[in-house]
Design a protein around this ligand. Sequence first.
Ligand SMILES: Cc1ncc(COP(=O)(O)O)c(C=O)c1O
Length: 477
Amino acid sequence: MTSSDGDGSIGAPDAALFPASTLRQDVDDYLTRALALAQQRVRAGPATPDLDIESFSRELASFDFATRRPLGELLEWSMGVLEHGVTHQTHPRYFGLFNPAPSFPAQCADRIVSSFNPQLASSTTSPAAVALEAHVIRAVARRTGLPEGAGGHFTSAGSEANYTGMLCALTRAHPAFASDGARAFPGQPVFYASRECHGSWVKIAHQTGIGRAAAHLVATDGRGRMSTTALAQAITQDLGAGRVPFLIVATAGTSNAGMVDPLHGCAELAARHGLWYHVDAAWGGAIVASERLRAAVAGLERADSATIDAHKWFATTMGCGMFIVRDPAALTAAFQVAASYMPSREQSLDPYMNSVQWSRRFLGLRLFLSLAAAGWAGHAAHIERAVALTARIRTELEARGWSVVNDSPLAVLSVVPPAALGDPRSVVARVLKSGRAWVSLARFEEQDVVRICVTHGETSVEDLAILLQALHPDSPL
Ligand SMILES: Cc1ncc(COP(=O)(O)O)c(C=O)c1O
């Protein structure tokens, strides 16, 4: 029987989409065991993909979605695709971009949330979940040093949080921006970020309609941090030319090299010129968990708004960004909207009236469970451990003639190999080919470097020895 037979009767739900609950439990149990075994194999195998993408593409083409296939077979196939077809961030020798191996509480949260699948657009629909997210955000805001009353929300990732920051800044900068867009300004609106800032800022300038030319990428100080002298000059020049500065973005933990811009210096310039001050601490912001290390981002507490990704150094599953704002009324100003069909219209509570998204996944449970289970102390230990491992790699590489060219307080190294080993590009290629570890090629202050970032909470000293061997093949293991 199909779902609606010609005679008008209603058929049973499609059993492939909505199987009986006993079958669901069996499949869940099977997945739990199979995934644990797959993770054991990942840890013992290469960090890099080993699947032949051409034969995979042919296999993919055979899915015409006309023929049904058994779910059990499909699940096994899917796990194989992920086991062999992606770089493994869950591999303890993934020394990569800021993508963590997720904490277990965060993984549990995903499982719970996908079962209940609440809609977080409105506080009436999901009162407890909306309140829980707001509680976590307030706790993070307080931890950054922002005053009581600061708020914000979870975002899909750091790019959305940065985008939210720019919309708040533009809306605050001109009362007619909300209705008239960029043409409300008497001249080209411009904002400042260092030339080492995350590339999302340029895309965001495009998205908001102020144009990519609005991004003034300020010179660095030769050590990867925004030069406040160059910043002050750029503002003066723009004002003189009739342009309209509205925002300074400082980065606390550049993507390339983990450098922290002068947060106090940028705050002072923002205050002097009446500009919105956003700190992009997508990765580095989590360091506020550590009382011992948090001074690395001193000045973050002066921000009007900040980006902190829980899916980076807070180690939740992807993507789980956070937008933190000193005065939540800025969000209401930027995102107010009316919709008669929504079950509630509580401006101060409803996420759909205070954020970019409308339909919204319950992301906050991931960080809630992580913080509730491990406390700030557990997150501090996670961060301090990564910084200590990074210091260990640094010592070992320097002893072998490598130069460390960044000076980051966070867990990332930009290193240049001794000439005898070849240039950074060839060293990275050799490490990736070996599959024994994952490191990347980056540019830092006009030179190629090998970028090594400790992101996995369980990377061991033995893993460091294997990394050193892969980087420097004549090193003893
Ligand atoms: C400093 C910084 N800002 C923003 C982002 C963008 O964050 P996401 O990738 O979560 O969108 C990144 C990503 O690495 C980043 O390093």
